[in-house]
Design a binder for this molecule. Sequence first.
Ligand SMILES: [Zn+2]
Length: 101
Amino acid sequence: MGFAVKRPQLPAGWPSPTTCRDCGVPALWTRTAKDRAMLVELDVSDHGNVLVSLHGGKLHAGVLGKAQAAAARDYTGLRLAHAVNCPGPRGAQAASQRGRS
Ligand SMILES: [Zn+2]
């Protein structure tokens, strides 16, 4: 599933993107299953593992395991947590957390 345009249209009903405080890139505010706020990249990625869906007018982020993500990619676009790419403090924090999990 490829997008011809650089900035894909978000599905109908999704809240407008916000911009990352740290680097100014447009991104989506979501809540994870643990009710934590998580900033997610606007564009879908070939190696994304976050399934963003709309629940009650809010974006919910489901973080998938490797096998789940591979299966889900067959029918939908997955995104990356913005922290993965963010050059700001948020990204640095994610990098330090990555060693622990
Ligand atoms: Zn950022």
